[in-house]
Ligand binder design. Structure first.
Ligand SMILES: [Zn+2]
Length: 257
């Protein structure tokens, strides 16, 4: 059977001197391993896949198990991501968030859609803040990681007044409003800041299709991503390799100022 599908390469491994096995996530959310013969040759037709993230149209034949890659036509070059070391690190981080929960059992096109959406936002880096874009990916993936954040109402009084939210409690697993905050209720809580909680709630509740830009200051974006990383640490305990790279870049940036 011949398939032609949009997708992105998520892994690659050398198979022989000339060939590689690549794994793509296709638009339906299926993980497809493909033999790419001649991948490592100088005049390989798959040369476009050698570096960076590319959204592409993959033509392949497959019956069961591993397929054979026939053709690759690039749809998005993602030059804004691939040619910028910093942005590429964030792209890798988002990629890791998505690929970590992929499985053959839970197939959904929304993982591919989310990845492409975040890459398009990241690509347009003048308009969108990279920490906040990464946080968006992480927030939208939370249900799949078994995480639920309660950023919409105070755990103690039920208030939905966003202006009064600044603390997130790991005891109540929720935001706590400023009126309910005291020494006792704030045990095991973190002052996240009003802006980050607002952004987290917005990203959690808004439909992905409706997000066309992620505009915020780098400071607010960073604060939001810090909060989301704290949530992942507490509730999912997953380690992401790209996180260290991203955090190192941030630290260097700060010491440059
Ligand atoms: Zn309250």
């Amino acid at each position: 059977m011949i398939y032609q599908q949009k997708g992105i390469m998520i892994r690659q491994t050398n198979y022989s001197e000339s060939s590689r096995i690549i794994t793509i996530l296709n638009e339906e959310g299926v993980i497809v391993p493909l033999m790419a013969r001649g991948f490592n040759k100088t005049k390989s037709p798959f040369i476009v896949l050698r570096q960076g993230f590319k959204e592409a149209l993959f033509t392949y034949s497959r019956f069961k198990g591993m397929g054979t890659l026939n053709e690759v036509d690039v749809i998005s070059q993602f030059k804004g991501i691939n040619n910028d070391f910093d942005v590429f690190a964030y792209g890798s981080y988002i990629m890791e968030f998505v690929t970590r929960i992929l499985s053959d059992e839970d197939v959904t096109p929304k993982n591919f859609e989310l990845l492409m959406k975040c890459f398009r936002l990241l690509e347009n880096k003048e308009e969108n803040e990279k920490n906040a874009v990464t946080a968006l990916a992480a927030i939208k993936l939370m249900p799949q990681y078994g995480i639920e954040i309660n950023v919409d109402e105070c755990a103690l009084c039920g208030s939905k007044d966003y202006n009064t939210f600044s603390h997130y409690s790991f005891m109540y697993h929720s935001v706590i409003c400023d009126y309910c905050a005291n020494e006792e209720t704030l045990a095991r809580s973190v002052n996240i800041g009003n802006r980050s909680i607002y952004l987290a709630a917005y990203m959690k509740n808004v439909k992905l299709d409706l997000i066309n830009s992620v505009k915020t200051s780098p400071e607010n974006g960073r604060a939001l991503l810090n909060f989301i990383e704290m949530i992942y640490d507490e509730y999912a305990g997953v380690y992401f390799k790209a996180r260290k790279l991203v955090n190192d870049l941030q630290r260097r940036r700060r010491s440059d100022v």
